[in-house]
Design a protein around this ligand. Structure first.
Ligand SMILES: [Zn+2]
Length: 157
């Protein structure tokens, strides 16, 4: 699951850790994490689905900086980008008529239509299971675009 390039680096805070420690963490948690971030991970993982964590780290691996936080009113973590008011929730409901191409296209359309402001994206769990890389690619393009949109409007203000 974990990217072999991440060996020796904490996937959460990017600090250097020794290879042995890194391997142990991958074995135990599925991700290469320093000791501090292992504690962070344990507190987060309790209220988070495996798919949310997978998407979170897939976005981080793409140079994006999401935050895992408890959704207001729910005891469940979601992925947020506080600076853009973008929330990403992995939808745990089963989608019986799930078509991966359709779901990816839908996500792409929503992302392309984003005009700024508050955005709540619901990602079908199955999309993370079967198309994690494609989903993370679409979302990271989306976040980078949101960032440049915000920078432009800051410049105009
Ligand atoms: Zn760390």
């Amino acid at each position: 699951m974990s990217d072999p390039d991440q060996r020796g680096i904490c996937q959460q805070c990017n600090s250097a850790i020794d290879a042995l420690h890194s391997d142990k963490s991958v074995k135990k948690y599925g991700y290469s994490l320093c000791e501090d971030c292992q504690i962070w991970f344990i507190t987060k993982v309790f209220n988070t689905t495996r798919e949310t964590i997978q998407l979170y780290f897939a976005l981080k691996a793409r140079g994006i900086h999401p935050v895992l936080e408890v959704k207001e009113g729910l005891k469940r973590n979601e992925i947020i980008f506080p600076q853009f008011d973008i929330h990403i929730e992995v939808d745990c409901h089963q989608h019986h008529h799930y078509h991966r191409d359709e779901a990816l296209k839908d996500l792409e359309n929503i992302c392309q239509g984003y005009q700024g402001g508050i955005c709540e994206l619901q990602i079908p769990q199955a999309l993370i299971r079967w198309n994690l890389n494609e989903t993370a690619d679409i979302l990271s393009v989306f976040i980078v675009a949101a960032e440049s949109k915000q920078n432009n409007s800051n410049r105009r203000a």
